[in-house]
Design a protein around this ligand. Structure first.
Ligand code: NAD
Length: 320
C-alpha cells in the first residue's frame, strides 16, 4: 500500500515543493491551501481549496487516516510583512487558529506523524544583537523574547504541539526553518524574503545603476536552499525524534555581501545604497550541532549555487 500524506499550505512556496518531493517518493498526496501554487501546476493527487481557520474545513480534509501530515500553512511573509507591525493581529490570529484546529483534530483522527514548521524567528532578540556572533542553538529559545509576533505565535504553536505529544501521544516533529529560498518562491508584492527581493532588484536594474538595501547592510543571516530544506524535513520525519531542530545553513553572510553575490552572478556592475527599512535582528545563523549529532544530517550545498538557480528563475519570470 502506498503511504498517504496531507500537506497543509500546499499552495505556498515550501508546501508546493514538498508535494513534488513526496510524489517522487511514491506518496499519495492531498494538498490544502487558500490558493493553488502560483508558478506551476500542483503535483498533488488531490488539491482542496479551503480555509484552515475553519474547523469544519479541517474536519473535512482529515476525513481519513493519513500516514503523514505536514502543517506548513501560516499567515506569513518577509520583513515588510512581519516587522512593520501592521499585520500583527492577522499573523497571530490566523496562524494560531490553524494550529489549534490541526493539533486538536490530528490526534482525534489518529494521524500517524505530524510535521510542524516553526521558525528561527522564535529565538530571543537579546542573543541576536551581535551580527558576527548570534546564538541560535535550540536550547537558547528560553527565556523567550522573539522580536516579532510571528515568532511568538510560532513558539506558542510549538508548545501546543508538544503538549499534544505529552498528553495524547501525537507523534509530532518540529523544525525551526532558517530563511528558506529557491525558485518558485514569492519575489514581489511585499511578502518576498531578502534573497528573492535582492534577485528581483538586481534583475530589474540597468547596468551601472543602484539597488536599495534595507538597513546598513551589515546585518547577517544564513539562507537554505529549498531542496536541502526538504532533505532535512524528510530525514526528521523518518527519524524517531520530535525536535525542535534547526533546519538551516551555517553559512552566514551580511546582507550587503549577499547583494554583492547576486550582482556578481548577474554579470552587471551595480552600486548598493543602504536605506532605512524593516530589517529584524542584527544577526542570525543556524546552529546545526543538534541535528548533526542526532540525525546525522546537515546541509552541504554552498549558498552561491542556490542563489544562482534562484536568480536565473527570477530573471526569467521578469522577462516573460
Ligand atoms: P508561504 O506563505 O509561501 O506558504 C504558506 C501557505 O499557507 C500559503 O500558500 C497560504 O496561502 C497558506 N495559508 C495561509 N493561511 C491559510 C489558511 N487560513 N488556510 C489555508 N491555507 C492557508 O510560506 P512558505 O515560505 O512556504 O512557508 C511555509 C511554512 O514554513 C510556514 O509555516 C512558515 O511560517 C514556515 N517558515 C518558512 C520560512 C521560509 O524561509 N520560507 C522560514 C521559517 C518558517
Amino acid at each position: 500500500m502506498k503511504k498517504t500524506a496531507l500537506v497543509l499550505g500546499a499552495g505556498g512556496f515550501i508546501g508546493s515543493h514538498l508535494v513534488k518531493r513526496l510524489k517522487s517518493e511514491g506518496f499519495v498526496v492531498r494538498g490544502v491551501d487558500l490558493k493553488y501554487p502560483e508558478y506551476s501546476k500542483t503535483k498533488a493527487d488531490e488539491f482542496i481549496i479551503g480555509d484552515l481557520r475553519d474547523q469544519a474545513v479541517c474536519r473535512k480534509i482529515l476525513d481519513k487516516q493519513f500516514d503523514e501530515v505536514y502543517q506548513l500553512a501560516a499567515d506569513m511573509g518577509g520583513a515588510e510583512y512581519i516587522f512593520t507591525g501592521e499585520n500583527d493581529a492577522n499573523v497571530m490570529h490566523n496562524s494560531a487558529l490553524i494550529n489549534l484546529n490541526i493539533a486538536g483534530l490530528a490526534y482525534k483522527f489518529k494521524v500517524g506523524k505530524l510535521f510542524y514548521s516553526s521558525s528561527a524567528c522564535i529565538y530571543p532578540k537579546y542573543n541576536q544583537m551581535d551580527p558576527e556572533n548570534p546564538k541560535c542553538s535550540e536550547d537558547s529559545a528560553y527565556p523567550a523574547f522573539p522580536d516579532s509576533e510571528y515568532g511568538w505565535e510560532k513558539l506558542f504553536s510549538e508548545r501546543l504541539y508538544l503538549s499534544f505529544l505529552r498528553n495524547f501521544h501525537l507523534n509530532v516533529k518540529i523544525a525551526r526553518f532558517h530563511n528558506i529560498f529557491g525558485p518558485e518562491g514569492t519575489y514581489q508584492g511585499g511578502k518576498e524574503k531578502a534573497p528573492a527581493a535582492i534577485c528581483r532588484k538586481v534583475a530589474l536594474c540597468k547596468d551601472g545603476g543602484t539597488i536599495d538595501i534595507w538597513g546598513d547592510g551589515k546585518q547577517t543571516r544564513s539562507f537554505l536552499f529549498i531542496d536541502e530544506c526538504l532533505d532535512g524535513v524528510r530525514r526528521l520525519m523518518d527519524s524517531g525524534f520530535s525536535g525542535p531542530f534547526n533546519i538551516g545553513s551555517e553559512e552566514m553572510i551580511s546582507i550587503n555581501d549577499l547583494a554583492k553575490m547576486v550582482i556578481n552572478i548577474s554579470g552587471k556592475s551595480l552600486n548598493i545604497r543602504n536605506i532605512e527599512g524593516p530589517e529584524g535582528v542584527r544577526g542570525r545563523n543556524s546552529d546545526n550541532k543538534l541535528i548533526r549529532e542526532t540525525l546525522n544530517w546537515e546541509p552541504k550545498v554552498p549558498l552561491r549555487i542556490g542563489i544562482e538557480k534562484t536568480y536565473e528563475w527570477i530573471s526569467h519570470q521578469l522577462a516573460i
